[in-house]
Design a protein around this ligand. Structure first.
Ligand SMILES: C=CC1=C(C)c2cc3[nH]c(cc4nc(cc5[nH]c(cc1n2)c(C)c5CCC(=O)O)C(CCC(=O)O)=C4C)c(C)c3C=C
Ligand SMILES: [Fe+2]
Length: 387
């Protein structure tokens, strides 16, 4: 059997305060994160947003020790997974590829090539698929594969999402149960799931399965937990002026407080490591908001990190993926998931998404030209001699 590798995909986070602005620039340069009608606007806008947001974001990272713990935790998860695969009789190298910061996905692929990996399992560390997370990393990998024909030799399979794995669900339920048992009356505590949000348009227009998978996951965790506690799901971390999935975590916390709820166990659901949104947003901002609103006992359930049951389940998932029919990058994003990634910039003839976008752009320019003519009496149509 050929050399075997696992590529763990993750988002990445700034290691130190100086990294915050360039990290944000990388993030906002991604069309799967901000969808703009004009691609030439992407980098100027990314520069503008990263520059204006950097100070506030740096302050948040300062509050959690001056950087994100994501790289350290992801590397610990990679080591634990490699050891667990070895326990199961599989010699594999586990690589980490981050989307927006070091070690970048490109660096991981260079190491995979250097090690002559022949069989590869591509495993996002996001349990649920979203265009903005796993989708963005898959899209990047598709591009890397396209640009480097030597990668065609690697027999790979990609795992789109895995939120319904029994070991993952059990590990989550165990962490929640442990936290509930710290309350004087465990059965009366509200279990408050807080998922990272995405803009509503991702779900309703682009067909992102994220919300459906999050809701399914919450139901499965509650079933596995098998306790009588009431539960709530809300969405945190919204950015920008557009509408994001609702209810928003801050509103839902206030509403529960108004109903007289005093005991909450908050469960971060969309991510398997501690990161800025658990350590700063939930532990600091939402805790303060909840306590001011009247919640007396605000407990946060820890993230899985290297939970042994979770790592064991990831190892099983990898082994099973090797034997199952292999999923190619194009398959996990396009036909089956039916998601609309940001359309390609190449013009394509026919009834394609690209043509749809370009037609839309040309129509918008046409409307703009007519409006200028109507309101100003002169405009581009006069300039080119059409009027
Ligand atoms: C499943 C998890 C995540 C989804 C979905 C997601 C979508 C998403 N995020 C932004 C904007 C930002 N995300 C930022 C950091 C960040 N986001 C996630 C996870 C998801 N994002 C992680 C793990 C991290 C890194 C955290 C760390 O510890 O460093 C940031 C930067 C932080 C900040 O300034 O608040 C931004 C901005 C959008 C716009 C989006 C969906 C479109
Ligand atoms: Fe995010």
């Amino acid at each position: 059997m050929g050399r075997f590798g696992v590529l763990l995909l993750n988002l990445g986070g700034p290691d130190q305060l100086e990294d915050v602005r360039p990290f944000l620039f990388n993030l906002f340069s991604d069309p799967e994160i901000i969808r703009l009608p004009f691609p030439w606007l992407q980098r100027p806008l990314a520069w503008l947003i990263s520059t204006t947001r950097a100070q506030k974001s740096q302050e948040n990272y300062r509050q959690i020790g001056g950087g994100s713990p994501l790289r350290r935790i992801t590397e610990e998860q990679a080591q634990a997974l490699q050891a667990q695969l070895q326990n199961k009789g599989h010699e594999a190298n586990v690589y980490v590829g981050m989307r927006y910061w070091h070690p970048y996905t490109e660096e991981a692929i260079a190491r995979i090539k250097r090690d002559h990996v022949e069989r590869l399992v591509i495993l996002p560390l996001y349990p649920h698929f979203s265009i903005s997370t796993s989708g963005s990393s898959f899209r990047l990998l598709e591009q890397i594969w396209h640009e480097d024909p030597s990668l065609a030799q690697i027999d790979y399979t990609a795992i789109p999402s895995w939120y319904d794995r029994p070991g993952y669900l059990q590990a989550m339920a165990d962490l929640i149960a442990t936290e509930l048992d710290r309350f004087p009356e465990p059965d009366k505590v509200h279990v408050f799931f807080s998922a990272h949000g995405v803009p509503v348009s991702y779900v309703e227009e682009a067909g992102d399965p994220y919300q459906r998978e999050i809701e399914g996951c919450v139901a499965l965790i509650m079933q596995t937990l098998n306790r009588p506690n009431p539960h709530v799901l809300a969405y945190q971390s919204r950015v920008g002026p557009v509408e994001w999935l609702q209810p928003y975590t801050d509103d839902a916390l206030k509403e529960l407080a108004e109903q007289g709820v005093k005991d909450l166990a908050v469960v971060p659901i969309s991510f398997v490591s501690e990161h800025i949104e658990t350590l700063q947003e939930i532990d600091m901002e939402y805790r303060e908001l909840a306590e001011e609103a009247g919640i007396e006992n605000f407990h946060r359930v820890p993230a899985l990190n290297t939970h042994p049951g979770f790592i064991d389940d990831l190892a099983n998932l990898v082994v099973e993926a090797l034997d199952a029919p292999h999923l190619k990058l194009a398959q996990v994003m396009h036909p089956e998931k039916q998601v609309k990634m940001y359309p390609p910039e190449r013009w394509e003839w026919g009834m394609t998404i690209s043509a749809e976008v370009w037609n839309g752009r040309l129509a918008m320019l046409g409307i703009l030209a007519v409006l200028l003519e109507l309101f100003m009496g002169r405009g581009p149509l006069h300039a080119i001699g059409l009027l």
